[in-house]
Structure formats: C-alpha cells, structure tokens
Ligand binder design. Structure first.
Ligand code: BG6
Length: 454
C-alpha cells in the first residue's frame, strides 16, 4: 500500500503564507503530476469555497490546466479552531481519506488546540502534521511545543519546516560533499583555518516589525537556517544511507558545539529600526548578529565557525566560506588562502579559490577561482519540494526534534539582552565590533568584492 497522504489540509488558508508560498507550490506540484488529492483549506475568515478559489487565482496569477486542476481539488472549511464543529466539518470533507497531511500554517500558540481537536474528531489517526517555524521561542518553549505535538502525533509523523533545507543550493552542499572524494579529507581541523557563513539582506523587516520584535536575528535565522547549514557542511558522512542516517549525523554535530557564551556574540541594530511599525521606540532587538562557535570534536577542535546575519546590510547574499590553512612552507609567492565557497543566494555556486602560475619564466602566480555557477531562477521552490516530500512521508529535509532542541541549547544563553546591541547604519556590513570575533589576521569575506564572485 502506498505510504502517500491521501488529502492535504492546510490551516491558515486565507493567510499571507498561503497566498505567497503555499498556493504557488501546490500549483507547481499539480503541474508536474505530484498532487492529485483533495486540498482542504481551513480558516476563520467568513469565506466560502468560491472566495478561496479566487484567492488561489490571485496568488498564482497565471491561467493554465494546472490551475484548473488545483481549483477542482480545493475544498474549504470556515470556522474557529476552538470549536469542534470546525473539525466535524473537516472530517466530513476528508470523506474516504485515511492518511491526511495537516499543514499548520498558523501561529504556534494555536498548535496545541488544533492537534487536540484533530484527535478528538477522528482526523489524526494515521495522519501527518507539518508545522511552520518559529519552532519555540527558546529551549524550554521548544520542548513544550514538542510535548504538545507528541501527545497526538509520533515524531515519525511530525514534519517541521525549515525552508532553508528545501533550497536547491543547500542540497548542493550535501551533494558536493558526499558525491566527491577530494573534499572530504580537507574538511577537518588539519586543513581548515576557519569557516564563515554570511547571510546578508539589503532590506529591513518589510512590515514584519511586530513579528521581528518577538524574534530578532538569532531566533529568526541563526537557531534554525544557519545552524542547519553549518551542520550539513561539518557533520560526519552518514554511515547509513537513509534519511535518519543523515539526521543522526546532523544532531551529533550540533551537540558537539559549545553553547554560545557572551564573548562569542555581537548584536547590532540598524538605524531606523525603531521607527518601523510594530517596533518599540526603545527596542533592543537585534537586526544583526555575529557569532563564533567551537566544536568539541576530534574533527573540528580549535576551528572557529563564524556566522553573521543581518538586515539592511550592503548586499543581499548568502554564502558559506571555508577558509583553508596556508601551505606550511613558503616556496613561492603567496596570495589569498585557498577557499571553498558555496553560494546559497542569490545564485547557486560552488567555488574553489586556488593559486595558479602566471605564464612566463618567473615562478609567480595569481589567485583564480574554479567555479560552477548558475542562476537560481529555475530552481524548484523550497515549499514545493518540502510539501511534495511531506505528502510522500519523506522526512529527510525536515528538522527533527532532537536537532531543533540541540540548536536551541546552543543559543539559549545569549538570547534577548544577554549582550549589548550596537547601532549600525543601513548599507554597511553591520557593527565593527563583529570584527573582534575573527581569528587574528582574518577579515570577514565580502562576497561581492573582487574575486568574491563565483
Ligand atoms: C525567513 C526569515 O525564515 O527567512 C526572514 O523569517 C528571512 O527574516 C528569510 O528574510 C530569508 O529566506 P529567503 O529564502 O528569502 O532567503
């Protein structure tokens, strides 16, 4: 018997996420023949099915056969999440479906109420549940959220979305690492000087001030996206070729990281943030953070891992930069260190910076980049990939409970006002204090600087 879900239910169907991400992804899934089950939207908006269809049309903004097909699969249930009548109506709409996938595109504070109501009304048996971030506010609340979900769904049925894991260039990191032999021996303390991850955004909080006030950069992107990326880059190769093998190695790596101390964190806030809608006039929430991490493991002991992320920075670019040690003896002229770089956005790239000889008599050279590089425009959207996987019951690209909690353990001691927040002007690379986290002689890599482009 197929293990695929036979209905997709999405709570929060009238919301922003549904409009921006979910409808376009469902459309793409239908277009490639990967979705052919009832799609039931649930929300409390006073809407009917026609209004939801209209919303889907607006969101997709293109008329084709796949849109007609998606509209024919759509159902709608309007009602409060605290009213059992909503779930009775949902059960009716589910009809003969036995293994629905429930996607909770709603605030986490409602998860408990909704999963219990699903169970009470016979909608949870053999079902799966997909939850959106933020997955907890700190370690304690993440544990509590897991407890609430596990009261109804076993871990094997819980799919926690971290959309970074569904990104093509993030998959590229895992692929390049384990599909080649030359790289694996290099990724260790004997050869790596330090690792930098930059996630820079040249825009602000884009009207999400209220959300951002509750989050800040550490919770918004470090605890989840960037620690996941670091884990994919640094984990040991999985012995077992299975989703769990990969996820086991990721959690082992995260557990080897020391919890962050105050000396390893620099927080910043861009000038003007306090004027944003929903932001307190005396807010100390960080819109920039740089952290320095250390792993206690034979593979990585002594290698600093530096992560910086921020809003209103100079460029919009996300890049992983593995800086290798210099040759032990100086035989020729030397340039920059060898680097292995993975570009995550706006384009997808893998680059190896090496030193090559200039033609001629003298043994002198220059720095060159060996690069595989392309635009990301044609890539499958993360939500399409992730929803497709969840419908098939494939958990590989979802965050497991232990990984999420291990990541919270790393940042738990430096959340909120544990460290001061330094102001910075929009359009720079964040507060200068972040330089103090770098190893001696190193600089933050500017992905757009000369030689920086893959
Ligand atoms: C989200 C954060 O999870 O990721 C946003 O909440 C951030 O603040 C976004 O801008 C970045 O993701 P992407 O895929 O747009 O680069």
């Amino acid at each position: 018997m197929s293990n695929d879900s036979d209905a997709l239910v999405f709570f929060g169907a009238t919301g922003d996420l549904a409009h921006k991400k979910i409808f376009p992804s469902l459309h793409a899934l239908v277009a490639r023949g990967a979705l052919d089950v009832p799609v039931i939207g649930v929300a409390k908006a006073g809407w009917d099915l026609e209004r939801l269809k209209q919303r889907a049309r607006e969101s997709i903004d293109r008329h084709d056969d796949a849109l007609d097909k998606l509209l024919s699969l759509l159902r709608y249930v309007d009602g409060d999440y605290d009213d059992d009548a909503t779930f009775v109506a949902l059960r009716e709409q589910l009809g003969a479906a036995r293994r629905p996938l429930h996607y909770l595109a709603i605030p986490p504070s409602l998860f408990g109420e909704v999963v219990q109501a699903l169970q009470r009304n016979g909608c949870a048996d053999d079902a799966r549940v997909v939850v959106e971030k933020p997955f907890g506010h700190d370690l304690a609340s993440a544990r509590e959220l897991n407890r609430v979900l596990h009261a109804v769904f076993p871990e094997s049925s819980v799919f926690r979305i971290d959309h970074y894991l569904g990104k093509e260039p993030v998959e590229n990191i895992t692929y390049v690492r384990f599909a080649n032999t030359f790289l694996e021996p290099l990724l260790r303390r004997e050869y790596v000087d330090h690792i930098q991850i930059t996630m820079a955004e040249a825009f602000g909080v884009q009207g999400r001030g209220r959300f951002y006030e509750e989050a800040g950069a550490i919770r918004d992107v470090v605890q989840n996206h960037l620690l996941q990326v670091l884990a994919l880059l640094c984990m040991d190769p999985p012995a077992e070729h299975s989703p769990e093998g990969m996820r086991d190695e990721k959690v082992r790596f995260l557990r080897s990281l020391r919890p962050l101390g105050k000396r390893d964190v620099v927080r910043g806030q861009f000038a003007g943030y306090r004027d944003e809608d929903g932001v307190a006039p005396d807010s100390t929430v960080e819109t920039f953070v740089a952290v320095r991490l250390h792993a206690d493991s034979w593979r990585w002991a002594g290698v600093p891992f530096l992560i910086r992320a921020g809003k209103e920075l100079k460029e919009t670019v996300t890049e992983v930069d593995v800086v290798l040690k210099r040759p032990p003896q100086r035989v020729f002229d030397t340039g920059g260190p060898n680097r292995l770089r993975f570009r995550i956005s706006p384009d997808v790239g893998t680059t190896l910076d090496v030193r090559a000889k200039e033609p001629g008599e003298a043994m002198v050279g220059r720095d060159v980049s060996l690069s595989v590089h392309r635009q990301a425009a044609e890539d499958m959207e993360p939500y399409e990939r992730l929803l497709g996987d969840a419908l098939h019951g494939d958990q590989s690209l979802f965050a497991r409970q232990d990984t999420v909690e291990a990541a919270w353990e790393i940042v738990d001691g430096v959340l909120d006002d544990a460290t001061p927040v330094h102001p910075y002007d929009p359009g720079c690379w964040g507060p200068a204090e972040a330089d103090g986290l770098l190893p001696r002689g190193a600089a933050w890599h500017d992905p757009e600087a000369e030689g920086g482009r893959p």
